[in-house]
Ligand binder design. Sequence first.
Ligand SMILES: Nc1ncnc2c1ncn2[C@@H]1O[C@H](COP(=O)(O)OP(=O)(O)OP(=O)(O)O)[C@@H](O)[C@H]1O
Length: 739
Amino acid sequence: MNHPDDNELFHRLEAEMAADSGAEVVDLNKARSARGESADSVPDSQPTESADSVDDDPDGRSTVMVDGPAPAGPGLMDRLRSGQRREVIPAWAKSKPEFVTALGWLGGYAWHTTTFHAVRLPWYSLRLAFQAPSGAAKFIGGAMRWVADTEGEPLRQVAARRENVEEYLKLSRQRDNRVKLRSILMLLALVVGLPLALVLFVLAPTWLEVLTLALLTAGFGFLGAPSDKPVISRAVVTTEVERLTSGIVERALGALGIAEINKALAKGGEGIKFPAPITRDGPGWRADVDLPYGVTVPDILDRREKLASGLRRPLGCVWPEPVADEHAGRMMLWVGDRALNKVPAPPWPLAKSGAASLFKPLPFGTDQRGRNVDLTLMYDNVLIGAMPGMGKTFSLRTPLLAAALDVTAELLIWELKGTGDLDPLKKVAADYGSGPDDDTCAATLDSIRYVYKDLERRAKVISSLPKDKCPENKVIPSLAANRSLGLHPLILAIDECQELFSHDKYGKEAGALCTAIIKRGRALGVILLLATQRPDKDSLPPAISANVGTRFCLRVMGQIENDMILGTSMYRNGIRATSFTKSDKGIGYLVGAADDPQIVRGYYLDNPAADAICERARKARIDAGTLRGIAAGETPERREAVDPLLEDILAVVPADEAKPWNDVTVDRLAELRPEKYGPWGEMAPADKARQLTTALKPYGVTTGQVARRINGKTVNRTGFERAHIVTAIAERDRNRDAG
Ligand SMILES: Nc1ncnc2c1ncn2[C@@H]1O[C@H](COP(=O)(O)OP(=O)(O)OP(=O)(O)O)[C@@H](O)[C@H]1O
């Protein structure tokens, strides 16, 4: 007969066995201590049945069991299906430029080693000749010792010392036999060898004699070399780097001072999990790490310096990264053999030869593993940001040089720092200006207006094309190549764009036009490239930073700058350009060029290199008949003789309207010339008023509150006096005539 308590115990055991079936092997000690803990903390919880089931306890209370029996987990096929397939052919072998670079390196290595030893050949020969007598002596001595079986001598002496007669006699007999046999062999060698040498000396041709002598000298020379002074020195000295092991990674993580990691590493803790083996990946080691529960990759990024110290590697070698498709605690840790900023930069694949197409990926830089990273400019815009002196201009120059090598591309380039860093591109640019002054800013704005105006024309051309010629309603290579359509790629690049966007007079309009260009230009073949060292909301309109597709952020000081360049929440997600150091010039996070953010070091192209590339690009453009604008000695289309603002205001404000409101005037201006004032018209009423006030300031026209009665109520808004516009025109014309 079963007692009721026995029954309950039986059911519970049965349920526990069911729950455990199919589960993993359990560490009994851990399981016991865990059970002990849970028993202390939650005495009532007994996970016995599935979540749906209800267990009636003796008190009549029903308990819903939330932990079901352990699921069997994904089967083998599921695990295989969701597993990551590694590439059959490595990426470097599939990419032509990388393959060529690898071959070039191999050729260079072989050439260096060959020339290194060839130059030292006379010295090697001399040393071998000097060492040959001592080598010959060593050889003869060795042969004599071999015949006399001297290697068995210590054993025989030990047997004699121990007075082990039997063993001594055995060893002596062995020695006698050996000496007998070896003496016969030696005699034979002398009987055959010496006459052979004599015959060779008398009969053999000179070349064979010389060869034999050289080989014997070399052989004896090598033998005679002191063991600590080898004859041949090494052409390439490799630095030994410690192998990355799970122990080293655990040691480094344990040194970060993160409580959860320490808990996991402590006795009885779960330890750190490595979902894949630590492998060689390019010139470094790759470790995939599952951080303990609650620890995220950004926590580690915050302590990159400590991590590097724990790994005993320079900071530039240690690159922890989040893994986009995985949970927040999955970290890919790449530890390079050498610091990224110390590895010599590979040459730009297009530096010496080759043309480019903006529709295809263009070489921009290399990642930590030395693999080429491309940027496709077409249908995209680029924003580059960093603190001063970290390599913005160099990073902007590379895509511009690539664009120069596409003969169809029209380049409008503005460098508002005034140092002439982009001067080489003047040879190929349709429009170019350098300087931080008002005139250059005004000319840049003109250029932006020209591009904005061209958007209208391009949109009309595209919408008028038959669908089979323009299947995607956007510029495609065949349309870009058709010169009569004027749909060639149009590149507008502004370095140090904060100078323009924060300009009192031109800033607002430039910001509004660039935003419109970014939003509408992609499909129309217009590409905007901006570089700034001050990524705050006054220097970089938020609409621009929100709409750019490709972003490259070199070292910045804080989270706000990081997210302004790379996009909202990037810092929080562990993409932090703040972790770069002062010597990480040209190294930044590239976002938008591939699915995941990448750490990229831009190619290094200095002024002479850029000059040579632009010379080549200019020749190609002359041959193709596409050299235009200032590069061809023409006045660029952008230049407007006189800003027609004052005349335009008079045109939209009738003579009987003495005191018009700013926002109403802006609306009318936008209607009159949408290509020029369109973006003003899209602003909020207060911004419209401010925009017109700013635009009128240089002409000495002031604005103020203008009251009107509407529906019996007095309404005050910003306005100006029409008569002041008339006076300003007269004044301006008088000045111009005088000047
Ligand atoms: N990819 C690179 N590899 C190595 N060094 C680089 C790289 N890019 C730039 N540098 C170095 O960084 C220096 C500064 O570069 P650059 O003039 O582009 O910086 P910047 O951010 O535009 O400076 P500023 O804010 O003063 O305009 C260069 O003189 C060059 O020596």
